[in-house]
Design a protein around this ligand. Structure first.
Ligand SMILES: C[S@@+](CC[C@H](N)C(=O)[O-])C[C@H]1O[C@@H](n2cnc3c(N)ncnc32)[C@H](O)[C@@H]1O
Length: 329
């Protein structure tokens, strides 16, 4: 298969995630992309952790533990969750509920605080435990239909379930155990002290924006950009409440990144396979153009997406690295 591409310096990190760092200036040449066997070059993936009877039973146990304020239910749920980890998928809902129940089962405040590494972890657990676990209970009801929950707001139900699901999965404090979080941030930290303005594209609830803000320091800025208004509203509230660093949450459009100034680095995590496979040319082309315009000459583009996996990882999405490179030019 012949693909036209431009690529100068590329750096790859393989583990569950694949990171691709490309720095300009770029020179055009033709690249042959070997596709081993019958492996696909792109897989969108399934929804993370489809609802199963076992999942529903676990969710019911957690809900009972919360309603009756009885940790025995949570303990039982946690044992069940532990048995599902690795067998089902890594980094999905079960991993998150495993972390949350683990936190709740800590004996006292000092043990609980040892579970928390940073301000973003704190915002995560606060989100789920505030107001007598309102958001956690809502998630268990909407996702697992606990207590025979029937949504009265079908459209809002889809949006809200996705919101809670993305929060539960992508801001899970244990994410570094399956994503190459530290490794990727270490690479970015070595790119140079002149990396001060960064765009986090599809920032979600700021899992990476927070870490990028730590790298650029007080005189840098992370433009945390997302097409979802409710996500950006939530991120604004979190940055204000938890002092998450110099993060500027911005609502973007599908065809425009909405950043008018030049930046040093554009970061895209867990989004490129979606951008490429779902968005149409009419939106994607101007979007990528606006992204390119917002990146200075000799700036860096970092794409973090799923490496090839065998079906055990978060919703099995996957995109071939050389295919991404070929896509960009
Ligand atoms: C799978 S989440 C990843 C969140 C974050 N990057 C992370 O790794 O934690 C994808 C995010 O991209 C956002 N999104 C989807 N399409 C987008 C687009 N065209 N431009 C910007 N954000 C987009 C979604 O709203 C969602 O918050």
């Amino acid at each position: 298969m012949k693909l036209h591409t431009i690529c100068l310096r590329t750096l790859l990190i393989f583990s569950w995630l694949l990171a691709l760092v490309i720095s300009a200036p770029l020179v055009a040449h033709t690249l042959s992309v070997p596709i081993p066997g019958k492996q696909s070059i792109l897989r969108v993936g399934a929804l993370p952790d489809p609802v199963t009877q076992k999942g529903q039973a676990i969710a019911k146990l957690i809900m009972e533990g919360l309603d009756k304020k009885d940790n025995a239910y949570l303990q039982k749920a946690r044992v069940e969750l532990g048995s599902l980890l690795k067998k089902e998928n890594i980094g999905g809902n079960y991993s998150a509920l495993y972390w949350i129940t683990g936190f709740m089962l800590q004996a006292d405040e000092s043990e609980k605080s040892s579970y928390i590494d940073n301000a973003l972890d704190q915002s995560y657990i606060d989100f789920f435990i505030a107001d007598d676990f309102a958001n956690l209970k809502e998630y268990l009801q909407r996702k697992y239909q606990v207590n025979n929950f029937q949504p009265t707001d079908p459209e809002q139900h889809i949006v809200r379930t996705q919101f809670l699901e993305d929060m539960v999965i992508f801001n899970n404090p244990a994410r570094s155990t399956w994503d190459s979080v530290t490794e990727v941030m270490d690479v970015i930290a070595t790119l140079g002290a002149d990396i001060k303005k960064v765009i986090d594209v599809g920032a979600g609830f700021g899992f990476y924006s927070y870490r990028l803000a730590e790298i650029v320091g007080n005189d840098g800025t992370i433009y945390a950009v997302d097409t979802s208004e409710p996500y950006i509203a939530q991120l604004k509230e979190m940055t204000a409440t938890y002092s998450l660093g110099n993060i500027e949450p911005i609502v973007s459009a599908e065809d425009d990144i909405n950043i008018s100034e030049e930046t040093d680095l554009v970061f895209i995590s867990s989004l490129y396979h979606v951008l490429y496979s779902w968005s149409q040319h009419e939106k994607r082309d101007p979007f990528l153009k606006s992204l390119k315009k917002a990146l200075r000459t000799n700036g860096y583009l970092v794409i973090l997406d799923n490496n090839f996996n065998f079906g055990n990882e978060l919703h099995n999405s996957y995109i071939e690295k050389d295919f991404i490179v070929a896509q960009l030019y």
